[in-house]
Ligand binder design. Structure first.
Ligand code: NDP
Length: 311
């Protein structure tokens, strides 16, 4: 029996594991740093088919996980640190479990939130001092406080709107004078009396020692700078694909997303398949991640079958 390893436990990884398990090829799933993937950091999911009244991200992922386990996949709390794809079986070094060998790999490691790279940003994020890239996780701590979100996409709109449940005021800071977010989400944010938009502005630093006390802002049109007094700062400026252990071993595009052969999940390395956000900078939806997870399982199954008949 082939040893198939699925990396990542979001909709892509779990759907791949489900299909493989049901094909009598139960894989080992390495959960990764964000068990359940990005959906575990969202609230209501209204666009996943099959839930007439919506479902929360964590509930949806819990259900997917239970379904996968029912068919025999093994889900391991561990993360891949290093990978050697130069020969088969592939060698993977995990954080806790040492070295493992894999006949095939499904890479479903997703993408991680981006930060601005400001002098105090990481420090205040790691210390829990008020910098966050997950409104769902941390919004609760900002009851009746004035906070800020940076970004101009759907995530920024969604997070700013969500944060008004707790905060007394949410500043939405964007570097341009128009948003790339979808019309309906922009309208929702604009109509919210607790949200104030600050256009044409960049955040130059996060201020505060132990806790965020404000943001140093610069208006890109007037070049004027000023301090915005806020106690929380949420980043919503997109994501970076999680390919760290595979750097230089798989073909990627200019933004680091894994390249797959058109219409398939085959990567540049035979036996390695990619699904979900790690290879998708266009759709990035739970349902498309699940769809490509299914494709990866089928591609993997057929590829292994072909290998067993001599390739
Ligand atoms: P996007 O890439 O769509 O948007 C990122 C935003 O951050 C842009 O407005 C960009 O500005 C801004 N930005 C990027 N880098 C910087 C920087 N260094 N300084 C300041 N601003 C910066 O990412 P999202 O996470 O918003 O969305 C990703 C995908 O997920 C999209 O396809 C989106 O539609 C989807 N999505 C859908 C949701 C839903 O339907 N419920 C919810 C959330 C996301 P600029 O515009 O100037 O480039």
């Amino acid at each position: 029996m082939s040893n198939i390893v699925v990396l990542g436990s979001g909709p892509a990884g779990l759907t791949a594991a489900l299909y493989l398990s049901r094909a009598n090829m139960p894989p080992t799933v390495y959960e990764g740093e964000q068990p359940g993937g990005q959906l575990t950091t969202t609230t209501e999911v209204d666009n996943f088919p099959g839930f007439a009244n919506g479902v929360t991200g964590p509930d949806l992922m819990e259900a997917m996980r239970a379904q996968v386990e029912r068919f025999g996949a093994k889900i391991v709390i561990d993360t891949i640190q290093r990978a050697d794809l130069s020969q088969r079986p592939f060698k993977l070094k995990t954080e806790y479990g040492g070295e493992i060998l894999a006949d095939a790999i499904i890479l479903a490691t997703g993408a991680s939130a981006r930060y601005l790279g400001l002098p105090n940003e990481k420090r205040l994020q790691q210390s829990g001092g008020g910098v966050s890239a997950c409104a769902t996780c941390d919004g609760f701590f900002y009851q009746q406080q004035e906070i800020a979100v940076v970004g101009g996409g759907d995530t920024a709109m969604e997070e700013a709107t969500f944060l008004t449940k707790f905060a007394s005021k949410v500043y939405l800071i964007h570097r341009r004078d128009s948003f790339r977010a979808s019309k309906i989400m922009i309208e929702r944010a604009l109509a919210n009396p607790k949200i104030e938009i600050i256009y044409n502005t960049v955040v130059e630093d996060v201020l505060g020692e132990a806790k965020v006390s404000g943001l140093a802002l610069r208006n890109l049109v007037t070049n004027e700078t000023h301090t915005l007094p806020v106690t929380g700062f949420f980043l919503a400026i997109g994501h970076t694909p999680n390919t760290g252990p595979f750097t230089g071993q798989l073909d990627v595009d200019e933004n680091g997303y894994v390249l797959t052969k058109p219409g398939s999940t085959y990567t540049s390395v035979p036996g390695v398949f990619a699904a979900g956000d790690v290879q998708d900078h266009v759709y990035k939806q739970a349902i498309t991640a699940a769809g490509t997870g299914c494709m990866a399982a089928l591609d993997c199954e057929r590829w292994l079958e072909a290998q067993s008949h001599g390739g």
